[in-house]
Design a binder for this molecule. Structure first.
Ligand code: FAD
Length: 402
């Protein structure tokens, strides 16, 4: 692996960094004020920011030029994401469209779907959600029960989805549904595009540990999806879903830079609190430093794979497993350093960080669940990287979520 950046990599980094210096709505490297009081305000702000970013050509840089991208490779995308995170730019509000739905349409969509849907994704004119998980189908996604019945000119969809992030703001939903109840469970599925503003779609926000309601339950009641809204061939939804989920693995430049920043802040917090005088805390701080560095090396190894034209592969599970556990350990350490202030919340006095550490600790509990739980990642690593015997209960290759 050659870790030295090429001249074109360096030129790209300089270009995106100077663009950000000129366009960031807040001071470079400082980021948004701590929070918006209302998620809807945050989303409205996020749409404006993403539109500006797309105007500069910094959204979907790996997409073909025909669809507004720059046709660049994995390393270039990594650099852009790193620079965005370093500038503390907010995460893309349309990330489900940009990172999951868009790449899925690029591979499996018809020309009409690509021409009609892709341009609106980059500029956040249209937001997407991922309608995969159900109350009894999370890790075991092939158990999806939402039923899509054949009708004149399309399908009529009825079922219940859950944990659907940003569904309350979404215009379109990428929905895995069962179109053939008689086929073996992996073969009777299709991928459908649901109009989230259409009749028969009800979105019910669910409040998370942080007190915010980012995800939702979505009830589909006789919702019509025309034939033009089927992605890939009917009955091949499992393969299309696999391609969507592969984009949740692999490199994670954003979390890498965020955790480098968390580490900086943690060391500052520790200095201010005198934590280095406590041998046990000092040893854990050194461990946190080492772990963030190891995460960086895992990222670079995966990036090297992608640059050589290979898929993230099952090794992508190692990266997801590693960062989610590293993050949890780092945030527990932050609370231990906060000591008596750990149970305090926003607006409390004598609370270093103003509640941001407590909020982050709560938020990162989800990291070992979303995009495939850690148990599932361990199964993947055990079976597909280490070659251990398969789990007896799993009937078919790839039966679990990822
Ligand atoms: C913040 C957040 C956002 C999310 N956003 C979305 C979204 O936008 N769209 C979407 O479709 N989904 C979303 N999800 C859902 C997420 O993908 C699922 O929660 C996840 O796949 C786990 O499924 P489950 O919750 O049904 O748990 P289950 O699959 O029921 O698992 C319960 C427990 O059993 C364990 N387990 C299950 N199977 C095995 C096995 N074979 N071997 C060992 N242990 C096992 C699990 O690890 C877990 O600990 C989101 C989740 C979170 C937390």
């Amino acid at each position: 692996m050659d870790l030295a950046p090429s001249t074109s990599d360096e030129a790209l980094r300089t270009e995106v960094r100077s663009w950000l210096h000129a366009h960031l709505p807040w001071e470079y490297g400082v980021g948004l004020p701590p929070r918006f009081d209302d998620l809807a305000d945050e989303v409205a702000f996020g749409r404006r920011w993403q539109a500006e970013l797309a105007g500069g050509g910094w959204v979907g840089v790996t997409w073909p030029e025909r669809y507004g991208g720059r046709g660049l490779g994995a390393a270039a995308n990594f650099i852009v994401q790193e620079e965005l995170a370093r500038a503390r730019a907010p995460e893309l509000v349309g990330r489900i469209g940009v990172n999951l739905a868009g790449p899925t349409l690029l591979v499996h969509g018809t020309d009409q779907q690509k021409d009609e849907l892709l341009p609106a994704i980059r500029a956040a004119d249209r937001l997407w959600c991922q309608l995969f998980s159900e109350p009894d189908a999370g890790s075991d996604l092939a158990s999806v029960r939402t039923a899509a019945r054949r009708a004149d000119g399309g399908f009529v969809v009825t079922g219940r989805k859950v944990w659907t992030s940003y569904a309350q703001f979404a215009d379109w939903g990428l929905c895995l549904a069962r179109t053939d109840p008689d086929a073996p469970r992996h073969r009777g599925l299709s991928m459908l595009i649901v109009d989230m503003h259409g009749p028969g779609v009800e979105v019910r926000p669910l409040v998370q540990l942080t007190g915010e309601a980012e995800f939702n339950e979505v009830v589909l009641d006789e919702t019509f999806v025309p034939d033009s809204g089927v992605v890939g061939e009917p009955g091949r939804g499992w393969q299309v879903a696999g391609s969507t989920l592969s984009h949740e693995r692999g490199v994670n430049p954003r979390q890498l830079v965020i955790h480098l920043q968390h580490l900086d802040e943690l060391l500052r917090l520790a200095r201010d609190a005198g934590a280095f005088d406590d041998d046990r805390l000092a040893a854990r701080l050194a461990q946190a430093y080492v772990e963030v560095r190891i995460f960086q090396l895992h990222n670079w190894r995966s990036l090297s794979r992608l640059e050589h034209g290979r898929e993230p592969g099952p090794e992508g599970s190692i990266l997801k497993l590693y960062w989610s556990e590293m993050s949890k350990r780092l945030h527990v350490l932050a609370l231990d350093i906060l000591g008596a202030a750990a149970p305090l919340w926003r607006d409390a006095a004598h609370n270093p960080g103003g509640g941001s550490w407590q909020r982050a600790w709560l938020y990162y509990q989800a990291a070992s669940i979303f995009a495939g739980t850690n148990e599932i990642q361990r199964n993947v690593v055990g079976e597909r990287v280490l070659g251990l015997p398969r789990e007896p209960a799993r009937e078919e290759a790839g039966s679990a979520r990822r």
